[in-house]
Design a protein around this ligand. Sequence first.
Ligand code: SAH
Length: 282
Amino acid sequence: MSEVSKKFPLPLSSVMGHAQKGRQSAFRQQIADTALRPDKERIRPGLLPSKTAGHLGVLASSSKAAQKGGDLIRGAVAMAEKIASQGITDKMVLSALSTVPRHFFVAQGFSQQAYADTALPIGHQQTISRPYIVARMIEAVRRDVGSRKLSKVLEIGTGCGYQAAVLSRVADEVYSIERIKALYELARSNLRRLRIPNLRLQYGDGMLGLPQAAPFEAIVVAAAGLKIPDALFSQLSIGGYMIAPVGDEKQTLQLTKRTGERQWQSMMLEDCYFVPLRQGVV
Ligand code: SAH
């Protein structure tokens, strides 16, 4: 067994106080995060109400850019405001959400729902993640960085490329890995229009991480495994954070900080529902 698995994961009780336990249940999610559950979940039709940036000063400048782009971009501003009202406070994250055109990343048939806070299908039995969970995960790995950008970030599970685009606005350098060739190509084509110079896509098995670009200040895993692959722990820089959904039917977001050469500390955040992390490439 590796050092990682000896020390990890810590029992929940050792890292969470009573207050956090309460918060965990308060955050219990009713909406699928990346995976759709057609029997239980309904995709809400239409755009969120469109309004100019209101009480959130942070969104004011992005709303100007949004006005240029028409209704759907105003949808992004409204979406970011709604996510702020759900407890996300990181201004850089909210600003990124309000400026990335999510409608570039959903299939044409779903463009009316591009700014609804819901996961949507992207083909190959995969989904674009729910915007709230994208914000929650990125805010969590940015918890110690204050108002600066993260340095180097790794995303596992590019899918259609939306979260990678959001990450590219809160980090200096982003690497994102996808195991399904057709989705890697889809993300490439979706992202081409945005011309993002600090984002690199990789076709491969993200369970192996990306050793040639490691270490990463943050790792965001967008698919759920029963355990987090050891390779990812060792590719995190000391002081850096990794967030990953863990579990099968019942999943929880696990936030891990690398505290030393051979030490990691973890805490469990809210319940979530992601598509499975799978080995190998197709
Ligand atoms: N990040 C996406 C969400 C994609 S859903 C967004 O922006 O909305 C999760 C993705 O993880 C799927 O595309 C799936 O193919 C991919 N995935 C699952 N296991 C993987 C692995 N081992 N390596 C890389 N990608 C993986």
